[in-house]
Design a protein around this ligand. Structure first.
Ligand code: NCD
Length: 312
């Protein structure tokens, strides 16, 4: 039996992303047409790392489709704390639910879960490695605001070393033509060479420029993708504190950017975007979070329909 998982952002080809986005747009236009599409279905969310958006947007998505949700929101209250292996947990939960969303601190945990699961597994973030449903959210947001994926200059700013949302998104954007990336980070938090090699392998023509100056991105980008310095991935607090406030986007700094540039952020934000920026029409991060729920509704329908060979 082959099961359709969504474990990494490259699991879907561009056409498959487009299918999901068309469905997500139809849901936005007529939500009531989809209100019972998952009745009798159950989704399990297993979150072994903190989350607000990813877990709640998945749960809201399933409930808006008329399905049910069972949830572990804290590893300490589950049998993991008794020493149960991930494989055993997944096999068990796969017998209760039709779909599993997993967030786990260990890189590769989602792939392992996929090997054991009898039902589709969605990777809700595995350590610093991947976060493909944030990519789904980000791409859908770009489509809604920019109406294209080709020819974009995308500036990523902040923690490019540990930020899994960047790792997942940059690879997918690399598939498009005339793409240019401006990678803004302190030297300690540069995008890992492994990911740069992957990007070049996907598209040798993709332009990659590294800089420590936020201004270089602000002046030239169609999209500024801000990220939080990932405190939980640091080995010591001092290193984190030293780097935490390297980049702070303010309304003043934003004044040099084009009127068409959009500012994205997977959220949560800490200090990297001043609250005054929220009022700028270019700040789309709360729209992005909202689009993520619709994109996840479409993803759930897509994976469950595929399983039965049916139409979403
Ligand atoms: C991101 C994550 O968990 O990687 N958050 C999210 O899912 N929206 C980004 C982050 O935590 O900084």
């Amino acid at each position: 039996m082959t099961v359709n998982h969504f474990l990494g952002s490259l699991d879907f080809l561009p056409e498959e992303y487009n299918t999901v986005f068309s469905l997500a747009s139809r849901i936005i236009d007529s939500p009531m047409d989809y209100a019972n599409r998952c009745s009798g279905r159950l989704m399990a969310t297993l979150f072994y790392e903190p989350s607000t958006r990813t877990r709640l947007s998945f749960e809201a998505a399933m409930l808006r489709l008329g399905g049910g949700v069972i949830s572990v929101a804290n590893a300490k209250t589950s049998s993991v704390s008794k020493g149960e292996s991930l494989g055993d947990t997944i096999r068990t939960v796969g017998g209760y639910a039709d779909l599993i969303v997993l967030r786990h601190p260990k890189e590769g945990a989602a792939v392992l879960a996929g090997e054991y699961s009898p039902v589709p597994v969605i990777n809700g973030g595995d350590g610093a490695r991947e976060h493909p449903t944030q990519t789904l959210t980000d791409l859908f947001t770009i489509q809604r605001f920019k109406r294209r994926f080709d020819g974009l200059t995308v500036a990523f700013c902040g923690d490019l070393r540990y930020g899994r949302t960047v790792h997942s998104l940059v690879k997918v954007l690399a598939r498009y033509s005339d793409v240019r990336f401006i990678l803004i980070s302190p030297p300690e938090l540069r995008l890992p060479d492994r990911i740069k090699r992957e990007v070049k392998g996907i598209n040798p023509a993709a332009a990659l420029e590294e800089t420590t100056r936020m201004e270089d991105g602000l002046k030239n980008a169609d999209i500024l993708y801000m990220t939080r310095i990932q405190k939980e991935r640091f080995f010591n607090e001092e290193d984190y504190i030293k780097l935490r406030d390297t980049y702070i986007l303010t309304a003043d700094k934003l004044s040099v950017a084009s009127a068409e540039m959009i500012v994205m952020h997977p959220l949560p934000r800490v200090t990297e975007i001043d609250y005054a920026v929220d009022a700028d029409p270019r700040a789309v991060y709360f729209d992005q979070a909202r689009f993520g729920m619709f994109a996840r509704m479409a993803l759930i329908l897509h994976l469950l329909a595929d399983k039965e060979g049916g139409d979403a």
